[in-house]
Ligand binder design. Structure first.
Ligand code: ZN
Ligand code: ZN
Length: 504
């Protein structure tokens, strides 16, 4: 996420319209430091209004951060993980965990490096990383990035630019510098020539943008999800000058790092609604944006007998004195100038890479196949942190023969049916043209088709009494025989592997 717009903000606004969560986070942090004397008595009046209803929630994020809640979430997700069974529905494709929208070494506000990202990928079982550098000419986000397989992880360079995630097949930096395109469509064409990929990014800011020429959009973006976390941000900000609360934050972060990371997880209804609307007229691959930077790292050091210094990646350190916040005296007691009081690291890559991923279905593990799969929608989005979804399948079949996988288009014929298989039992929601047409608690689903439409599925898990979105399948488009195919889709290619078989 760019941070240009931060400097334009000069008032404190908890229910900010500010488009980026971490912009908000950083902004609030900065506002605190700059306005400390005022802020100390700044009341948290009620709760900031969430931007949209929080589907499936029972608890606020602060409630989710209570140790007993975190412990319950931990136990529940371990229970799911230990009971999982890889689905036996064979599709002929391998399921690869991929990270899209990843930042490393691309800006002053990115704290992480590419080698750190690689290490984390290996830990998290991620085999594909699509880098999305902030564009900083003359630095070339294609030729000066990582490209190809390194230690078993395939890197595809790209950028976050002009509202999109772009992965051109060759350098476009000179066109970029010279602004060789005149319109948004011109930019899309520039990226797409020779097989480049382009996805709409931070969709919450672009609900009215056209998507006809795009390969897809981010149906989940971690930053977007964080945007309505004003209450948590205020609470965290307060902990920097409150020794008792700071200790609590350190404790939960040490004991439940992944659960703390996942505490803000929500379903982004507005974005999903746009996806459903646009899907009615064209194909559009839903992907997950990690938007990881490894930059939510707060360091608090003693600065003499009555002050502390608070540092965050990409910002100059800020000093807060005991006059501004009396409890600072207690925090610096028995400490020397420069002593570390606390370091809170919320988003190391291994954590963000374990949180949400795009699973890509491939027959061959190479860049060409990844690009093709992402264009076709042979992919699904999953919150892997809740339970490993690997092997999840959503297909159309007829007479026990597979006719389509996620992302494909298939002609409606008598006997055509949808099948879904997940590694654990959850709430399966089947959608037709954006409307739920069936909901069941199971790890599998069979649905006889007798109507054309765009069919997609979600699987939700019950975690500590709440419903959390877990898997978002890309749609299968069922068309009548005389309907023209949508322009970006090919009919499902048949090959010797596409029969539906059950594993022994
Ligand atoms: Zn950024
Ligand atoms: Zn970003």
């Amino acid at each position: 996420m760019e941070r240009k717009r931060e400097s334009e903000i000069s008032v404190i606004s908890v229910t900010s319209e500010n488009p980026s969560s971490f912009r908000l986070f950083r902004f609030l942090f900065r506002a605190f430091i700059l306005c400390a004397p005022i802020i100390i008595n700044f009341p948290i009046n009620g709760k900031p209004q969430p931007r949209q209803p929080r589907v499936g929630r029972k608890y606020t994020t602060l409630e989710r951060l209570e140790p007993e809640r975190l412990r319950a979430v931990r136990e529940e997700r371990l229970r799911y993980q230990s009971s999982r069974k890889t689905p036996t529905l064979i599709t002929g494709f391998e399921d690869y965990r991929a990270i899209m929208h990843a930042h490393a070494e691309d800006s002053s506000h990115t704290g992480g490096t590419r080698s750190e990202l690689l290490t984390a990928a290996k830990q998290a079982g991620v085999r594909i990383i699509l880098l999305s550098d902030h564009v900083r000419p003359p630095r070339d986000f294609i030729s000066q990035s990582w490209h190809g397989i390194r230690e078993g992880v395939l890197f595809i360079p790209g950028a976050e630019s002009e509202g999109f995630i772009v992965h051109p097949t060759r350098s476009i930096i000179s066109s970029y510098t010279n602004k060789n395109w005149k319109t948004r469509d011109g930019y899309i064409r520039l990226v797409k020539q020779d097989g480049g990929l382009i996805f709409l990014s931070h969709v919450e800011e672009k609900l009215d943008w056209g998507t006809a020429e795009l390969d897809g959009l981010e149906i989940y973006n971690h930053h977007t999800d964080f945007m309505d976390e004003g209450e948590f941000v205020l609470w965290l900000r307060g902990s920097f000058t409150n020794p008792e609360r700071l200790k609590r934050v350190q404790q939960i972060l040490t004991e439940f790092p992944m659960e703390v990371f996942g505490a803000s997880q929500d379903y982004l209804s507005q974005i999903i609604a746009k996806w459903d609307r646009d899907l009615e007229v064209q194909s559009l691959t839903g992907i997950a944006a990690n938007d990881c930077h490894h930059n939510q790292v707060f360091t608090i050091n003693a600065a003499g007998p009555d002050a502390i210094v608070i540092s965050i990646v990409g910002d100059p350190p800020r000093k807060v004195t005991a006059q501004q916040s009396p409890q600072i005296t207690e925090m610096v007691k028995d400490r020397k100038e420069g002593d570390l009081i606390a370091r809170l690291d919320f988003d190391p890559y291994e954590r963000s890479l374990s949180y949400v991923t795009t699973h890509i279905l491939l027959r061959k593990y190479n860049e060409k196949s990844v690009r093709e799969a992402l264009k076709q929608g042979h992919a699904y989005v999953a919150h892997d942190w809740l339970c490993d979804p690997t092997g999840f399948a959503f297909i159309a079949e007829r007479n026990d023969k597979q006719r389509a996988i996620m992302g494909d288009q298939v002609i409606l014929e008598k006997g055509l049916r949808l099948r879904l298989a997940a590694p654990v039992i959850g709430t399966i929601k089947l959608f037709r043209n954006g409307i739920v047409i069936g909901e069941s608690k199971s790890d599998k689903l069979i649905f006889n088709l007798n109507e054309a439409g765009v069919y997609r599925a979600e699987v939700w898990l019950e975690i500590d009494g709440e419903q959390r979105p877990w898997i978002y399948a890309n749609p299968i488009r069922v068309v009548n025989e005389n309907t023209k195919q949508t322009k970006t889709k090919r009919e499902y290619e048949t090959n010797e592997n596409n029969e539906t078989n059950e594993k022994a």
